[in-house]
Every structure is written in C-alpha cells, then in structure tokens.
Design a protein around this ligand. Sequence first.
Ligand code: FES
Length: 196
Amino acid sequence: MNSTNLSKEEKQQEAKTHGKCMLSRRDFLIYSGAASATTIVSVSLFSGAVGAAEIPARISKYPRKKIGTLSQLKDNQVVDFNYPDNGLNSQGMLVKAAIECGGGVGKDKDIVAFSYMCTHKGGPLNGSYKVTGEHRTVGQCPLHLSTFDIRRHGIIVSGQAYESLPQILLEVDGNDIYAVGIMGLLFGRNENIMAV
Ligand code: FES
C-alpha cells in the first residue's frame, strides 16, 4: 500500500515496525503543535495548583543620583561622575552637546550621559569626547580604536566593539540633573546593579 494513503494510526504502527520515523513533515508539524499545546496547558494548570511554591520576583531598582546641574554645564565640556555606584567601571561622562541628541534632556534635548568604559574590552574612553561639525563622538578607544556616536544612543561608528556605549538615562528637576537608569550593560559587570 502507498504510505500516503495510510491513516495516522497505521503510519505510527508502521514506524514502530520499521524502527524509524515515518511521519511526513506536515504530520510532524501537526503532532508537535499538539504536544506544545498540551505543555502550555500543563504549565498553566500547575501554576494555579493549591500549595504551589511562590517564587518572589527579583527587581533591580536604579538609584536616582544627582550628577550635575544645568547652571554648571558649558557647551561641550564634559563633567565626570560615577553611576549607579562608585564601584567597578562606574565612571561616566555628562555633556551638553549643544545639538539635539537621542535621549537628550534639557530644553534643547542636548544633555546626555554615557559610560566611560569601552564595550569591547573595557578600554578607558576618558578625555576622548570630540566635536566634529554636527557629529559628537566618544573615542577612539586607546586599545582597539572603537568610536561611538553619542547623538545616536552610543552606537558604534568604527572599531572592534560590537555593542553600543551604555547610555545613562537622565532626568532634570529644576536646576538639577539626575541619573536614573542605564540603557545597556556596563563593561565588566554581570548586572548594572551589583549585589551588596
Ligand atoms: S577595548 Fe576599546 S576597542 Fe577594544
């Protein structure tokens, strides 16, 4: 008999008989879909079971830390700070770039902050902020020459790094500038908020 005319049960029996899988690709997709649905139902039932263990969610909360003031900032002059703590690789730069930047705060959306640690192998980027026409960059990294565009959330312009420079999220409250979070992972950390 042609195997395409077999019922599902006959195909499964034939597969057992021959010791190999006889399911067509279409049948496999149908059966595996059914198996997935079963798994989903089982999980949802289990989670509602009486006496099921409660696993507390672990929430990391960034500190709100003052890192500068509007009146202190001068166009394209960098202010150094540490965030989210004073620990490993926490050094960062705050700058009023005098041109609108992605994620920028202030009335001209031109105040941004970034980590100083290159995302490739942690080369120090201190002192490498540059203004070139409308471009605002950090780099070249002294180790392998990576350069990052701080008008576009720290994306890589050139070099060996393959992750954007972590951007420090900012808020302005009156004259004060606060760091309130980080977009990206600081070099050398498993988590931006380190356990104490
Ligand atoms: S450490 Fe910066 S490019 Fe390698």
